[in-house]
Design a protein around this ligand. Structure first.
Ligand SMILES: [Zn+2]
Length: 434
């Protein structure tokens, strides 16, 4: 789906009579095709005329010969406006595939846990769609994961703990183009949560949301979901309410910048004068700035470009009847202490995942020190929304490598200078998934 915004500088208010998409002999009315035609007029905000938006379904976007005709009426005269796709700089984009995973913590009294509340996916993704309308989304609701209270209560930071769980789940079963989003429900089974946490540039995040148990509608937290997806889209914090933020953010106090942005739920333009600030800050009211949007869109296009590179896909050693097709590996570096930790070495029934380019290297060896496999690797930072974690404190890496011909017995990590930074014996455990 692509949105067009047409701003018109008529002297008097123009009335939109209709909008069509021409596709050969067929005439498709945008209004009927999408039921989402808005004639939004707010003269106090828009100095240069009336604005109208149209949402054009994606299947028409390849029709470079197609035209949209908008018919305006002003002072009793009809005035058609034609919009040609070939005159626009359009890019077709891979869909955005969020996988929402409810994490349910056992009740303290040992009784059976309440299941995940019925939640409304449109509510959950409302701010994400409004602030990050980069691609069509294709949301999936995954079955719940139950977390024993004894485990999570030992963790210093429940949301960070769940981030680790969701990261190993994604590492084991997720597709390259999926974004796993763990959702904690505040107060369900009396387990409280708050805020969110996500990896910057890696496709796993956690949000704490509040759901109305009666209706399933989201009371709080859609803004957190969007903020954490923002981190996954490689956005850093912006300068308001935070001591550490993206030094490249171009506007003071996380302001919006000079370009007005279209707010879908508000049906109007948001400008700097409205007092909105970047949703990647801790200030309010939140909206997306031109800088946020451009950075996120460029990152998504960069990522999807890598997904398209089929040749780079490592090939599993496919043997008939082979149950395991890859090994999920994950670990982290505590920057302050310099200590590395291996967090996951587990067989997966899923194919290996193409490595991201990076200056580090992951190498596997067999029992007698013969190299079995090597791939490039990156370290990812995580960012917390509601607590002031020092950035770059914990760096995490992820890989899902082909099953080598010999059983791997040792893992080494080579730093960007070619020096061994970490070495550990590994024992690959069976998959936890069915
Ligand atoms: Zn954040």
């Amino acid at each position: 789906m692509t949105s067009f915004l047409v701003a018109h500088g008529y002297d008097t208010a123009a009335e939109l009579q209709g909008a069509w998409w021409t596709n050969g002999p067929n005439l498709v009315t945008l209004d009927e095709a999408t039921e989402r035609t808005y004639a939004a007029v707010d003269d106090s905000v828009l100095e240069y005329g009336d604005a109208f938006t149209f949402h054009l379904p994606g299947q028409y976007m390849s029709d470079q010969e197609g035209e949209a005709t908008l018919l305006f009426q002003t002072d009793g005269m009809e005035d058609p406006l034609t919009l040609r796709l070939s005159g626009l700089d359009l890019v077709s984009v891979h869909s955005f595939n969020p996988v929402v995973v409810p994490y349910i913590v056992d009740p303290e009294d040992g009784s059976d846990p309440e299941p995940a509340p019925n939640y409304d996916m449109d509510d959950m993704l409302e701010e994400t769609r409004d602030w990050l309308p980069i691609a069509n989304d294709n949301p999936v609701e995954r079955e719940s994961v139950f977390v024993p209270l004894s485990e999570i209560s030992e963790a210093e930071d429940a949301e960070a703990y769940v981030l680790g769980l969701a990261a190993s789940l994604y590492n084991e079963e997720g597709e390259e183009d999926e974004f796993y989003h763990a959702v904690l429900f505040d107060g369900v089974n009396d387990f409280p949560c708050g805020g969110g946490i996500a990896y910057v540039g890696w496709q796993v995040g956690v949000s704490c949301v509040e759901v109305d148990p009666e209706t399933g509608s989201l009371d709080e937290g859609g803004d957190i979901v969007a903020h954490e997806f923002g981190h996954n889209f490689h956005l850093w914090h912006t300068p308001c309410g935070l001591s550490s933020y993206d030094p490249d953010y171009p506007y003071p106090n996380a302001q919006m910048g000079p370009e007005p942005g279209w707010s879908y739920p508000l049906d109007r333009f948001i400008t700097n004068a409205d007092g909105y600030v970047s949703y990647m800050s801790y200030c309010e009211p939140p909206f997306v700035s031109d800088f946020d949007y451009r950075e996120a869109a460029e990152w998504f296009l960069h990522l999807t470009g890598e997904w398209g590179a089929e040749d780079a896909q490592p090939r599993a050693d496919e043997r008939p009847g082979q149950l395991y097709r890859s090994i999920a590996l994950m670990g982290r570096l505590d920057v302050e202490s310099g200590e590395w930790e291996l967090l996951q070495s587990q067989y997966s029934t899923r194919p290996p995942r193409r490595p991201r380019e990076g200056p580090w290297e992951l190498v596997l060896f067999d029992r007698i020190g013969v190299e079995l496999y090597r791939e490039p690797m990156r370290l990812y930072e995580r960012q917390r929304r509601d607590e002031h974690e020092e950035p770059r404190q914990v760096l995490t890496w992820f890989a899902r490598v082909p099953v080598p011909p010999q059983v791997p017995a040792e893992l080494r990590i080579i730093d960007p200078d070619g020096i061994e930074a970490f070495s550990s014996a590994i024992e690959v455990t069976p998959s936890k998934q069915r």
